[in-house]
Design a protein around this ligand. Structure first.
Ligand SMILES: *Cc1c(COP(=O)(O)O)cnc(C)c1O
Length: 391
């Protein structure tokens, strides 16, 4: 019984992650196992660090891939710099801001939280005001690309504000890294983390993380131990540093092969070219969706190119449609989370998935399903508008 288990067949992954994985990454994943202190593996780690620095746009010495998915990156960013009793300002406009707040409370931080309606972004003035109200805040945390709503948060001014006021700036780049501009040094970001399975188009399992010297100083000056042994970056750093290489935990070897290859693909394409591809393809998809009567969810001017959130039109059954996409077309799209569950779809165009071909496949399927469901005039309308937008 057990050994007859079939592995899944492929799907077109157009949800909030994981995204499509390039065959070269899958091939790297199946390379032979070596030890975690093997010189071949150490050389590969050095390469990963260098490629991550180029992608995060930073000179930060501490730039590593933490073992675990994007959430382990989030947890490591907080747990290393926040000591019990430290005040943390968390900006919440979706699921991942909520998750940050939860982590702050779990590790004994004092949560100062400001909220915005889902789909909207924060204005720097709101953060300035909150900091004036809470002068002891040590860390300001915000999500760059809110995957639950499709909103892209501008960061530059907030980073300036934090630096001027002596606060550390912590940013979630899980969905933005590899799909949109991220400038860790220029935007004064002190702690940033990402995940492998969004715009890096790698299987889930590692979290790229980068810490500024200021963040490292806060870590080194701690009076209490980091409450997570596994995510303590002062120890993890030693394993990633040439000349030290102290054993902490066994690195997920194969996952690092995959990340290495995924980063090679990113840099072969070029950062700017890749961001432009994400933007252009999003515009094509949106033209098709709007022609079919869909309205975008997130605030205009602040929409993510890699995650397109749309209101589900009146008369369209969320669960029925998503099941039909999966069963009949092998297409996965994302439903809404939390307060917008059942009301929005999240259509991902992340990394490898962001292609003209995939958009047309999706729109063709959507038109057919709409027409069958009684929405006459759907067939051709979306594809037509998309093709025009693509010219
Ligand atoms: C996906 C995601 C996470 C969590 O990553 P996991 O890999 O699911 O642990 C955190 N933040 C954002 C913005 C995300 O999109």
């Amino acid at each position: 019984m057990l050994d007859n288990m079939k592995y899944p067949r492929g799907r077109l992954l157009m949800g909030p992650g994981p995204s499509g994985v390039h065959p070269r990454v899958l091939e790297a994943l199946s390379s032979p196992m070596v030890g975690h202190l093997d010189p071949q593996f150490l050389a590969l780690m050095d390469n990963i660090q260098e490629m991550l620095r180029r992608l995060f746009r930073t000179e930060n010495r501490l730039t590593v891939a933490v073992s675990g998915t994007g959430s382990s990156g989030m947890e490591s960013a907080f747990v290393n710099v926040v000591e019990p009793g430290d005040e943390v300002l968390v900006c919440v406009n979706g699921v991942f801001g909520n998750r940050m707040s939860d982590i702050v409370e779990r590790i004994g931080g004092v949560l100062r939280r400001i909220d915005r309606p889902w789909g909207e972004v924060f204005d720097p003035a709101e953060i300035e005001e909150a900091l004036a109200r809470h002068p002891d805040v040590k860390v300001v945390a915000i999500v760059h690309a809110e995957t639950s709503t499709g909103a892209l948060q501008p960061l530059e001014e907030i980073g300036d504000l934090c630096r001027k006021n002596g606060r550390l700036f912590l940013v979630d780049c899980v969905t933005s890294l590899g799909g949109e501009r991220v400038e860790v040094d220029a935007w004064n970001i002190d702690m940033a983390y990402s995940g492998t399975q969004k715009c890096l188009s790698c299987p889930p399992g590692l979290a790229p993380v980068t810490f500024s010297e200021r963040a490292m100083e806060k870590l080194k000056a701690r009076k209490s131990k980091v409450v997570s042994w596994y995510l303590d970056l002062s120890m993890i750093e030693k394993y990633w540093t040439e000349g030290e290489r102290a054993y902490h935990h066994t690195a997920p070897i194969s996952m690092n092969y995959a990340l290495h290859e995924a980063l090679c693909l990113v840099h072969e394409e070029g950062r700017e070219v890749r961001w432009e591809r994400h933007r252009r393809n999003s515009a094509v998809l949106v033209a098709g969706l709007e022609a079919l009567g869909f309205r975008l969810f997130a605030q205009e001017g602040h929409r993510l190119p890699m995650l397109n959130a749309v209101w589900i039109p009146e008369g369209v059954d969320d669960a029925k449609f998503r099941k039909a996409f999966l069963d009949e077309y092998d297409i996965e799209i994302g439903g809404g989370l939390g307060e917008v569950a059942g009301r929005i779809w999240r259509i991902g165009l992340m990394g490898e998935t962001s292609s003209r071909e995939n958009i047309m496949t999706f729109l063709g399927a959507l038109e057919t399903l709409l027409e069958r469901d009684g929405h006459a005039g759907s067939v051709g309308a979306g594809l037509d508008a998309a093709a025009r937008a693509a010219d």
